[in-house]
Design a protein around this ligand. Structure first.
Ligand SMILES: [Zn+2]
Length: 502
């Protein structure tokens, strides 16, 4: 009696049935969204699908501060990262341990992508999915890692095992597209007093640092963001552009920081097509609305894959051209090391949930500053010289795996040394940070033999990151972090030298 039934099933359906019979359910679905997925459940699920599916390979990309595995699921129909016609995508979630829906959504996405009907995506791309960057924080439902560090402010100084693992993994494949998945909490006292709060299922933001190539920023802002916001709406999730700040009337609204110490911008500054996605947090506990939150996050990630699949060649070309500007920079290039958020005459209409009416209401934000403008540029030097006896700097360069080459000063070129003449401060997104006054000396010769220095050229993928980290007046520089604050001492030379071509 089975035969006629089988006769009408296509081969495709038979494969689907076989696969779905074998494939384990993603933990949030298995748990019916009644609890958060534990690290143990996540590990078991990932290992099981790694064993069963020919599409997925599991890589342990590093370990958390407490020694838990950091897993990457590598989806590919060929050898991962080896087919130059494909585009490489990297999605990572839950750097912040109390933002649980990113992890749950990523696990659900893994389940979706294993379905045979979604295999077409991998004809065009290889995808690495890290559902949980911060397992220690997740188990405690806390934002920071077990060392008490906010991982999403650690991508420049790169001191934590979790962020180091992300960057080493990125460096291995040089992904063209990255997405960092988070949650936002709209329930602050300030907003409640204001009478409204944000109420979007999902917000999405692009890179805002103005040193990221214009073509990447244009494709992100003018093409991808409109696509993903309408994709989410079509799937019945409310969506809006990522815009921290506010509440309006108290503080201006902007499109996020231009700092490069977070997941999105630290990859973006390497001219990657890079984004952040934030779902709405639960109000009173981490499982409130968990199904809706996880589905929203999954849909946002899925939207990125659909867009990437449709625009593979366009993105690949833009990224390739933009990265060429980093690896073989033209002379005369300037890098903005101090910037500011400014208005452009437009106001922003933002739908907000009204605490009075209990409904979403359109609010017009007048103090809206969507544009980042430079305040201070430096000409991009050929490279920087780090004294080998400065362990802090040598280790930092090592953690970023910065390219180092033998020093060669071209005819007419010279070595420059900064001297700190006084220490002032400057406003950075509402905080006061250090801003040294400097003088520049042209050195006739090196203060020590060349063998005493590491030469870090700026002609490398991390070249703009190097400038932003090492310039003494950089708002985003190492010297703005406590650990490196003593690089700036009144009347003293700055420890890093720079090399200039004629
Ligand atoms: Zn976060």
């Amino acid at each position: 009696m089975m035969k006629p039934v089988l006769f009408f099933l296509t081969v495709f359906q038979i494969i689907s049935l076989l696969v779905s019979a074998q494939t384990p359910l993603p933990p949030p679905i298995k748990n019916n969204f009644n609890k958060l997925t534990s690290y143990g459940e996540l590990s078991t699920y990932i290992q099981e699908i790694g064993k069963q599916s020919d599409l997925v390979k599991v890589e342990v990309i590093g370990h958390s501060a407490e020694g838990k595995n950091l897993y990457a699921l590598k989806f590919s129909t060929s050898e991962f990262g080896k087919d130059p016609s494909k585009i490489k995508v990297f999605i990572f979630a839950q750097q912040h341990g109390n933002e649980q829906s990113g992890k749950e959504g990523a696990l659900m996405l893994a389940g979706e992508l294993l379905k045979p009907e979604n295999r077409y995506l991998f004809e065009k791309m290889d995808l690495a999915l890290v559902p949980q960057v911060n397992p220690d924080g997740s188990e405690m439902n806390k934002r920071r890692n077990a060392n008490g560090v906010d991982l999403n402010r650690n991508h420049v100084i790169l001191t934590e095992p979790e962020t180091i693992a992300l960057h080493q993994f990125f460096d291995k494949y040089l992904f063209e597209v990255t997405l960092d998945v988070h949650e936002y909490s709209p329930y602050s006292e300030e907003w409640e007093k204001y009478g409204y709060r944000k109420n979007f299922d999902i917000t999405v933001g692009a890179t805002t640092n103005i040193n990221v190539s214009d073509s990447i920023r244009k494709l992100s802002d003018k093409d991808y963001l409109p696509f993903i916001l309408s994709y989410l709406k079509e799937m019945d999730f409310s969506s809006f552009i990522y815009c921290p700040g506010g509440p309006p009337e108290l503080a201006y609204i902007r499109h996020s920081t231009f700092d490069i110490n977070d997941g999105r911008q630290s990859f973006g500054i390497q001219n990657t097509f890079s984004f952040i996605q934030e779902g709405m947090n639960g109000k009173d506990d981490s499982i409130e609305n968990l199904q809706r939150r996880a589905e929203g996050q999954m849909t946002g990630m899925r939207g990125l894959l659909e867009y990437t699949c449709l625009n593979k060649n366009k993105i690949k070309n833009v990224v390739e051209e933009s990265r060429k500007i980093l690896t073989s920079p033209l002379p005369g290039q300037n890098i903005s090391i101090q910037s500011i958020h400014v208005a452009n005459g437009q106001s922003l209409d933002i739908p907000l949930f009204s605490y009075y009416s209990g409904k979403d209401t359109l609010v017009t934000v007048r103090d809206y500053r969507p544009v980042v403008k430079t305040l201070y540029d430096v000409p991009k030097p050929v490279g920087y010289l780090i004294p080998k006896d400065c362990t802090l700097l040598v280790e930092w360069a090592g953690r970023h795996a910065l390219e180092q080459i033998p020093l060669k000063i071209e005819k007419g070129g010279h070595i420059g040394q900064y001297r700190i003449s006084s220490i002032d401060s400057i406003d950075f997104e509402g905080d006061k940070i250090v801003d040294p006054d400097i003088t520049v000396n042209e050195l006739k010769e090196l203060p020590a033999p060349p063998s005493e220095f590491l030469f870090i050229p700026t002609a490398q993928l991390k070249g703009n990151l190097v400038v932003l980290a090492l310039e003494p007046k950089s708002m985003l520089g190492l010297a703005t972090y406590k650990k490196y604050a003593n690089f700036l001492q009144n009347g003293q030379p700055y420890p890093v030298l720079f090399v200039v071509k004629k």
